[in-house]
Design a protein around this ligand. Structure first.
Ligand SMILES: Nc1ncnc2c1ncn2[C@@H]1O[C@H](COP(=O)(O)OP(=O)(O)OP(=O)(O)O)[C@@H](O)[C@H]1O
Ligand SMILES: [Mg+2]
Length: 364
């Protein structure tokens, strides 16, 4: 198991900065996901690691070896980087059978016939595609093609696994199945993995570490838990989480010897002292951290239901009060009607505060 390390990597296209002075270390055997909106530089970063794109400057190390350094004049080509790649288009060769697609790289490595056959059989078994070895890609469904791409990696046993939105062409059900197969693939291979997606659910479910990027810059690198609960910027808070996080312009003031966030309709005491002198901040609150009651409770905020969306396992409820609109997530079916009165309670420990100018977290 080996590390991936980028140092001061920069890539521009004309005047556009795709990746800005990126330092990134992926621990040996780690599953790291780069998450961010379209155009933020995810694919460019992955292609630089793969050697499909040369950065303008900076170094790329794979497993302790420099594979790219303009300063030192080192450029190791992709096929000598011991990589397994899965990109959005599965990139199976259309004119080759499943078996041939899987074994092509093994032949190029000069493995024996017997070794190749053994690896082929066990990889096909692993993804339950044994019966399809003589078919051509055009005779397979999208999900089956994706399985062949996974089998190819299983057979290849690379040290590094690079995946770019590998699930985006699949329908919702298949995507969930393939998600657990990719996680299993990572576990089986033990390969150091970089996964690229704009889907925050994939990032949270698959990764040891998530890197959130925007406009070529890393905003936060943290565990899924910390990305979700302790976002470093308002951008991260709003990008991650579905339904979207609640955010409000809020005034901080002293009341009875403690600092409270004043939402207009209600005040919420902060769990600790904020590290700021600002009195106007942005407060965020996850929809599942708001409690909702259909009977009046003293001290809770009264609101009115403006929308109800049951998804089966949970219900997204939107409420309006004089000054605030909240999105609330309730588990199960929430039996209520539009315009019903409800009462809301906010737990102060789930509030995050941000500087309205810079968007940076003001950790409490
Ligand atoms: N070959 C290229 N020529 C010119 N500009 C490019 C090229 N490749 C990428 N870019 C630009 O660099 C920026 C980063 O592109 P990149 O493909 O890395 O984004 P991404 O995060 O993968 O987006 P998406 O989620 O849409 O795939 C974009 O603004 C893009 O327009
Ligand atoms: Mg991309």
């Amino acid at each position: 198991m080996e590390e991936i390390r980028l140092e001061g990597v920069r890539k521009t296209y004309g005047r556009e900065v795709a990746v800005a002075d990126l330092d990134l270390r992926v621990e040996p055997g780690e599953f790291l996901t780069i998450l961010g909106p379209s155009g933020c530089g995810k694919t460019t970063t992955l292609r630089i690691i793969a050697g499909l794109e040369d950065p303008d400057r900076g170094d790329v190390h794979l497993g302790g070896t420099v594979v790219f350094s303009r300063e030192r004049g080192v450029i190791v080509p992709p096929e000598r980087r011991n990589l397994g790649l899965i990109f959005q288009s599965y990139a199976l060769w259309p004119h080759m059978t499943v078996a041939r697609n899987i074994t092509l790289a093994l032949r190029e490595k000069g493995l024996s016939r017997q070794e190749i056959e053994e690896r082929l059989v066990s990889a096909l078994e692993k993804v339950q595609m044994d019966a399809f070895r003589d078919r051509y890609p055009s005779e397979l469904s999208g999900g089956q093609q994706q399985r062949v791409a996974v089998a190819r990696l299983i057979a290849l046993r690379p040290s590094f696994l690079l995946m770019d939105e590998p699930l985006s062409n699949l329908d919702a059900m298949l995507r969930i199945d393939m998600r657990s197969e990719l996680k299993q693939l990572h576990r089986d291979l033990g390969a150091t993995t970089v996964y690229v997606t704009h889907d925050q659910i994939e990032a949270l479910t698959l990764s040891d570490t998530v890197v959130v990027m925007d406009r070529g810059v890393v905003l936060q690198k943290a565990t899924p838990f910390d990305i979700y609960h302790h976002p470093s910027t308002l951008f991260v808070a709003e990008f991650v989480g579905n339904p979207r996080i609640n955010s409000f312009q809020t005034r901080l003031r002293r009341m009875n010897g403690e600092t409270v966030a004043d939402f207009g309709d209600l005040t919420v005491p902060l769990a600790g002292e904020p590290a700021t002198k600002l009195d106007h901040v942005i407060a965020t609150l996850r929809p599942e951290d708001i409690r909702i009651s259909q009977v009046e409770k003293p001290g809770w905020l009264k609101g009115r239901i403006s929308s109800i969306q049951p998804t089966g396992s949970e219900t997204i409820v939107q409420t309006e009060s004089a000054h605030c609109r909240f999105t609330v997530l309730q588990s199960g079916f929430f039996q209520a009607r539009l315009d019903d009165d409800v009462w809301l309670r906010i737990e102060s420990r789930s509030l995050n505060l941000f500087d309205p100018e810079t968007g940076r977290s003001l950790a409490v």
